[in-house]
Design a protein around this ligand. Structure first.
Ligand code: ZN
Length: 291
């Protein structure tokens, strides 16, 4: 039996759950604080009620996790939490063994468990505030020496594209993310325009919104084609608020079908939704440290 206290630290919310034998038992969620001092207090309040029942803490976090410290290619996504020592902070609060990995990597691991057993190579791509990815190659989750594996949202999509928060120009994230969709929509619907508003216009048949959403979907299709040809992917799983939005998968499939056959792969929607990070982190802890 395993009793893991799982934490999902996202850009907008922190979720905490007791995961017993890969099943979520209790779950709590609060908004993500914006300073490291508040973060330590909030983590303490969230984790303390569970520490007597848990044997370990497994964290799926936004950003890059290197030696237990949180950073990001795009520090704008982290606000005041850049360089937050997440692992040691949680170890100090709970006095429990603690593992921290990137949230897209954790979600990729969860989605991989749900695929057909014959599949060895897959990518999970989340299109939401940013664009993240996790890779499983030869049935093994790729984390990398510095935690960077799978940051495919910062691969080059258009050398003349918009500036990306990572400092590069024309990354996938700067064109395809929900944030980028909102920014593109500001030319038509004003400075308050969000990705969600553009998407509603798209679903209502607006042609300007269609151009923006198609550009995002085409960029993701190009990314899938590049990953497929370099990693021999058998399946790609799409997640995130944009990735799971009505008609988005069909748009991506439409553009991917225009590539030569070798670049094409099977695309599916994520199954585990908001719990993918929590379940993936807990499962990886058990796999790596228990047996
Ligand atoms: Zn970038």
């Amino acid at each position: 039996m395993s009793k893991i206290l799982a934490v999902d630290l996202g850009g907008t919310k922190i979720a905490v759950a007791m995961v017993v034998d890969n099943q979520i038992i209790t779950r709590k969620q609060v908004p993500t604080p914006t300073t490291s001092k508040q973060m330590t207090m909030v983590l303490s309040e969230l984790l303390m009620p569970f520490i007597n029942e848990a044997e370990a803490v497994a964290v799926a976090s936004t950003g890059i996790i290197n030696n237990g410290i949180l950073t990001a290619l795009n520090p704008n996504n982290l606000g005041g939490l850049d360089h937050f020592p997440i692992q040691s902070t949680i170890e100090n609060i709970t006095q429990l063994p603690t593992m921290v990995i990137n949230d897209a990597q954790a979600a990729a691991w969860t989605e991989f468990q749900l695929l057909d057993n014959s599949i060895s190579n897959m990518a999970f791509i989340t299109i939401s505030t940013g664009v993240g990815a996790g890779l499983v190659i030869d049935k093994s989750l790729q984390i990398g020496k510095t935690g960077l594996s799978g940051h495919a949202g910062h691969m080059l999509a258009d050398p003349n594209g918009p500036n990306c928060g990572c400092g590069r120009k024309g990354c996938v994230e700067a064109i395809a993310s929900g944030t980028a969709i909102g920014v593109a929509g500001q030319a038509f619907w004003g400075s308050e325009c969000t990705g969600q508003m553009v998407y509603q216009h798209f679903l209502a048949g607006n042609l300007d919104a269609k151009t923006i959403i198609n550009h995002s979907a085409k960029t993701i299709a190009n990314l899938i084609a590049d990953l497929t040809i370099s990693l021999d992917l058998e399946t790609v799983v799409l997640g995130g608020s944009v990735g799971l939005a009505e008609q988005y998968l069909q748009q991506v499939q439409h553009y991917l079908q225009q590539h030569p056959t070798a670049y094409q792969t099977n695309i599916k929607l994520a199954h585990s939704g908001a719990d993918a990070g929590l379940l993936g982190a807990a499962n990886l802890y058990c796999k790596n440290f228990k047996s």
